[in-house]
Design a protein around this ligand. Structure first.
Ligand SMILES: Cc1cc2nc3c(=O)[nH]c(=O)nc-3n(C[C@H](O)[C@H](O)[C@H](O)COP(=O)(O)OP(=O)(O)OC[C@H]3O[C@@H](n4cnc5c(N)ncnc54)[C@H](O)[C@@H]3O)c2cc1C
Length: 361
């Protein structure tokens, strides 16, 4: 394994932010990762950094970041530590019973490729999550979700290496403490583990989820008569392509903010003032508000919306205000500053605090 020095991270994040990493390496197995964690770098020892004796500036010095497809990060400055890009491949059927197939995928497998692999074998459950960018290893990080399905609905377990102890742990669904775009890896164990592989329990007989968003409409448009997981996947792919900007064309990381949940009484009061407000009832009695709509209704000044807004190369997408974009050479700091302004204006108008979904680094 080669450790590169001072390389541009532009090709490694879908926002296309051009910052550099002091050190960068790729690993293809858990053993290679352990070796890298043990490595004494030419001009820098992580042990020294941890003791505060590093030759590097403080802050990220000595830190290590596990990277997948870079589709859920905003890089706001040069990274002073070691970036470890996970490229562990392999998909394996573990076992099956009457109802389910248990399948394990390496963390470095492309997520959409894995979803298609399962659909091709008629293993059901992941079809609504088609075309989400990124890799399998990051899927439990924020419990990815789309069109009425979340990873936690199919998740079985995962294996992860503790970066300090260099020991392998197994996490069950309960251990992961999944929540809406959330897990233990974004909170208690933030930056402590490298996920090595993830196992999913998929159905042999599908249970279709078509009520969310425009799936039903798209299935009709496609003229689908016999519903199948393939048809749902195709419909989801079409909808996503028509609604979301392709990171290959315009830098972005999907939804920048989470949809905030508020008490039902607050939703009802807001709804009287803003009849167009969109809310979905949660099982716990709270209401999840559509952040995109609130952002669209707010703006930098009166009668100017954030939707389609652009300042330099930082902006909000013209079709979806929830998606912040880099039109070319925006810095991570400029995108972050824009996100601060959006949070402030939504708070001023609706009294609701938006939380970022994207990981700020
Ligand atoms: C156009 C677009 C649409 C999107 N749509 C959706 C959507 O519908 N639903 C949704 O939930 N998300 C969506 N996303 C966000 C993103 O695709 C997901 O969060 C995805 O799971 C990120 O995967 P990644 O491999 O790119 O993670 P990265 O961006 O590389 O990493 C994200 C975080 O996870 C950590 N991490 C990554 N891999 C590992 C690992 N193996 N071990 C430990 N830590 C790790 C990183 O350190 C970082 O903190 C979208 C993004 C884009 C660009």
């Amino acid at each position: 394994m080669q450790i590169q020095e001072n390389i541009s991270l532009r090709p490694y994040n879908t926002f296309g932010i051009n910052v550099s990493a002091r050190y960068f390496s790729v690993f293809n197995s858990a053993d290679q990762l352990t070796e890298l964690l043990d490595s004494q770098l030419p001009t820098h020892s992580f042990a020294k950094a941890a003791e505060g004796k590093s030759d590097l500036p403080t802050g990220q010095a000595g830190s290590r970041l596990i990277l997948g497809g870079g589709s859920n990060i905003l890089l706001t400055r040069n990274f002073d530590g070691l970036i470890l890009k996970n490229e562990i491949k392999g998909i394996e059927e573990l076992h099956e019973d009457e109802e389910y197939v248990y399948v394990r995928a390496g963390a470095g497998e492309n997520w959409h490729g894995f979803v298609q692999y399962c659909i091709n074998r008629n293993w059901a459950g992941l079809e609504n999550l088609s075309l989400i960018p990124g890799n399998v290893g990051a899927s439990p990080m924020q419990n990815i979700g789309a069109y009425g399905v979340e990873v936690e609905d199919l998740f079985w377990d995962l294996e992860a290496i503790h970066l300090q102890e260099k020991k392998l742990y197994t996490f069950t669904k309960t251990d992961c403490q999944f929540g809406y775009r959330d897990s233990v890896f974004k909170n208690k164990f933030k930056n402590e583990f490298a996920i090595i592989n993830v196992s999913y329990r998929l159905r042999k007989k599908p249970v279709f989820h078509t009520s969310y968003g425009a799936i039903q409409q798209e299935l009709e448009r496609l003229g689908v008569r016999d519903l199948s997981i393939r048809a749902i996947s195709d419909a989801v792919i079409n909808i996503r392509r028509s609604k979301l900007p392709d990171p290959e064309e315009i830098g972005n990381a999907g939804s920048f903010f989470k949809n905030p949940s508020v008490p039902k009484v607050l939703f009802e009061a807001l709804k009287i003032k803003y009849p167009g407000l969109i809310g979905y009832a949660n099982a716990d009695g709270t209401v999840k508000l559509a952040a995109g709509w609130m952002i669209e209704q707010s703006g930098p000044r009166d009668s100017v919306s954030w939707k389609g807004y652009r300042n330099g190369d930082a902006g909000c997408h013209a079709r979806q205000a929830l998606v912040l974009v880099n039109y070319g050479n925006a810095s991570g700091q400029e995108i972050y500053d824009l996100s601060e302004k959006i949070v402030k204006s939504v708070k001023e108008k609706f009294g609701v605090e938006l939380e970022r979904e994207v990981n700020i680094i």
